[in-house]
Ligand binder design. Structure first.
Ligand code: AMP
Ligand code: ZN
Length: 665
């Protein structure tokens, strides 16, 4: 046997043992024998560096240090999940998707919702190449080196499977390992970690991968993403993934009807505390992959999946004080400062009170004993007051009348639940908040400038608004505390680079109230430049699809403000993109103006998403279900029979992919 063959043999053997031990929980050799083989392999690899392989079992002990985790764009967006809290919610969902698919023959996969940190593992030619966190769903941080140390993740899946794919899963810290870590910390006089989820997610960002290797992390997989059409159902793809080495929990089941889904939910609502890891609900997915494709996605989540959240845990504690926070738009949020209490694995000290109405409705007062619940949000909420424990001298809460930061009298316009501090340009958290929003990832994405630095620059009087950023000079920044020359250069370079950010993101960055990411995209597409947008009147604005009165009024208020007009003029003079670039207009026509398309089936020359984009680029609209308003159906292979029937009944033109391509060319 050659040295290379021996190396391959040892790698293969050790891989198998890792799988037996970490995935199947069924070791067939002793730790000692495993170590002997690993040592032999290590020695051979050191002596023969030409056979190095990043996916060798020897590489799983870590040791590499990552200083900066690189931001990587996901090939396929990592969506969030829609939530449901009751059986009625689930029945509504079923009705919706039955209608869209035009059938009541829908099968579901039921899974637990593993509570950890989501991860996307990329494999090329059957080999692990990189791991990226979910981040904001569009891009995340590359944590490949750290992920490699998690031994239940196969680096080279073994057996019949697709070859280029992504595996989606959850990095978790099983309870036993978590508790052991904490016992050790307490013995060493360190503070215990609060909960497994945050600890798992924090572990991924440790700089020293050897430190990660020591933590008992695990990875539970729940989705195969691939362009290869090898599997017809989600369940089948997961079973195949399990066979080639991925840890796909055995708890997944197939449900033939929503009633069987309820059985699954009921079972785990009760039994989830017996699991070796934490869960916060179940996830129900349409099993048939073609049906999944038909259903597609909303702006934030797949239509083919639904999370069902188990009822949240509640505790009672004393509310010590109500304080007020000022957001970047000047909105005031009352905060309940609580006597610290343990709830669903974390220690809770604060809860949001939303607004004045909420306080009044629940009659919440300082010194009250209140019930606190942890729902989906990170910040828990107060459910009700325990009136039996109210002190005799209790006084009703008088809501703040002045801004806690700048002492300006608060205002509240009719129909608005929130109070606002109107001192837009003079109130510190508003100034800082607006600039922080401006530089954030989904907005101007300015590298080298963080939220704290913004606050520092403001305190030093160097910036008052986002336009001031573009006037910053390296020499002004270097003298600041904690600011090295290199970081100052990075910051100024990052600001310079933001001049390339496309208009739709700039529009979002401006922080116009109610103009979020999606609305900004819509507006950019319709108005094409900030000048057109700021000159538009109310009627023109509300005529745009999905732009309502509230958004329109807010844009008009923004446009009429002299301060804003000056800011925009300055941004223009610096060269920030305030109109849609010629490049992005390329390929856009209004050939399909007024047409409403439904897309159904499997396509060959373009993907379904390319097809939809092409419809929109040419001025058409895409709708997800057939109605009287539909003008065309683009039908691929295997269009659902009931859809076909409906289309015929309504006499809607059905065209092929080829017809469509001719239509726009
Ligand atoms: P949310 O963060 O509440 O929007 O829920 C979406 C997240 O749930 C995903 O990013 C996953 O990380 C996580 N998740 C946990 N278990 C599952 C599962 N079985 N299927 C899909 N997502 C899951
Ligand atoms: Zn203020």
């Amino acid at each position: 046997m050659t040295i290379e063959q021996r190396i391959q043999e040892l790698r293969e053997e050790l891989r198998q043992h890792n799988h037996n031990y970490y995935v199947l929980d069924n070791a067939i050799i002793s730790d000692y024998d495993f170590d002997i083989k690993l040592k032999e392999l290590e020695k051979l690899e050191v002596e023969n560096p030409q056979f190095f392989d990043a996916n060798s079992p020897t590489q799983r002990v870590g040791g590499e240090i990552t200083k900066n985790f690189e931001t990587v764009t996901h090939k396929n967006r990592m969506y969030s999940l829609d939530n449901s809290y009751s059986k009625e919610d689930l029945l509504d969902w079923e009705k919706r998707i039955q209608k869209m698919l035009g059938t009541d023959q829908i099968e579901y996969t039921c899974e637990l919702k593993y509570d950890g940190a989501s991860i996307n593992l990329t494999y090329e030619k059957g080999q692990f190449v990189k791991a990226v966190t979910r981040g904001d769903g569009f891009q995340g941080d590359e944590v490949t080196t750290n992920i490699r140390t998690i031994k239940s993740i196969p680096l080279i899946p073994n057996g019949d499977f697709v070859s280029d794919f992504e595996m989606r899963g959850e990095i978790i810290l099983p309870l036993e390992g978590f508790n052991k870590m904490n016992e050790e910390r307490v013995t060493n006089g360190e503070e215990a970690y609060r909960n497994p989820r945050n600890t798992a997610s924090g572990s991924l960002k440790l700089q020293d991968s050897a430190e990660v290797a020591k933590r008992p992390l695990d990875c539970l997989l729940y989705q195969v993403v691939t362009d290869e059409r090898k599997y017809k159902t989600h369940f089948e793809s997961l079973e195949a993934a399990r066979k080639v080495g991925f840890k796909v929990p055995k708890t997944i089941v197939l449900a033939k009807s929503i009633d069987e889904v309820f059985d699954f939910v009921n079972h785990w609502d009760e039994k989830r505390h017996d699991l070796p890891y934490e869960t916060d609900g179940v996830v129900i997915k349409v099993n048939n992959l073609q049906q999944q494709e038909e259903l597609g996605y909303t702006a934030k989540a797949p239509r083919w999946a639904m999370a069902y959240k188990f009822k949240a845990e509640q505790v009672s504690t004393v509310l010590n004080e109500i304080t007020y926070q000022v957001g970047r738009t000047g909105a005031i949020t009352p905060v309940a400062n609580l006597e610290p209490v343990q709830l669903a694995g974390t220690i809770v000290k604060r809860a949001s009170l939303h607004n004045a109405d909420q306080i009044e409705k629940l009659d919440i007062r300082e010194s009250d004993t209140v019930f606190v619940e942890k729902g989906g949000e990170i910040i828990p909420k107060i459910i009700k007051v325990d009136l039996t424990k109210r002190p005799a001298d209790s006084q009703p809460t008088i809501y703040a009348t002045h801004c806690p930061e700048c002492n300006t009298a608060l205002i509240r316009t009719e129909g608005d639940a929130k109070h606002y501090c109107p001192n837009e340009f003079g109130c510190a958290p508003q100034i800082t908040g607006r600039i922080q929003h401006f530089i954030s990832r989904k907005a101007m994405d300015i590298d080298g400038l963080g939220g704290e630095t913004v606050d520092l620059l403001r305190k030093e009087g160097l910036i008052q608004n986002y336009a001031d950023l573009y006037d910053l000079k390296i020499e002004q920044v270097i003298p600041l505390e904690r600011m090295a020359e290199k970081s100052a250069q990075n910051m100024v370079a990052g600001i310079e680079k933001s001049k390339e950010i496309p208009f739709e993101k700039v529009l979002f960055a401006l922080g116009i109230r109610f103009v979020g990411e999606t609305v900004a995209k819509k507006l950019a597409k319709n108005f094409k430049s900030i000048d057109n947008l700021m000159m538009a009147d109310f009627e023109t604005l509300v005529a745009v699809d999905e732009i309502g009165d509230r958004i329109a009024q807010s844009i008009i208020d923004f446009s009429n403000d002299l301060g804003n007009i000056q800011l925009i003029d300055r941004l223009k003079s610096y060269g920030v993109q305030l109109e849609v670039s010629a490049e992005s207009l390329e390929g856009q026509t209004d050939k399909l103006e007024g047409e409403i398309f439904v897309v159904s089936g499997v396509f060959h020359q373009m993907t379904r998403n390319e097809l939809k984009k092409s419809i929109e680029d040419n001025g058409g609209k895409v709708s997800s279900s057939i109605s009287k308003k539909t003008t065309y159906i683009v039908a691929g292979d295997n269009m659902g029979p009931s859809k076909l029937e409906k289309a015929q009944k309504l006499e809607i033109s059905i065209i092929s992919e080829q017809d469509f391509i001719e239509m726009i060319s």
